[in-house]
Design a protein. Structure first.
Length: 58
């Protein structure tokens, strides 16, 4: 079975999904294993998405 899960919450996506597709303006800009994409994003849009995630101060 395959489910399509659409979300802007990358934390939830990381917890639930083995594979990820990043869309920018309705076009696929990056796709692959979630852990790989989140650890080493190649596309500038994916990098901007990850940089926009709020983080607690150190």
């Amino acid at each position: 079975m395959t489910l399509v899960f659409v979300s802007h919450d990358l934390g939830v996506v990381a917890a639930l999904c083995q594979k990820i597709v990043i869309l920018e303006k309705g076009r696929i800009v990056e796709a692959g294993a979630t852990a790989s994409i989140l650890a080493n994003p190649q596309h500038p849009y994916t990098q901007r998405l990850l940089n926009s995630v709020p983080r607690m101060p150190a």
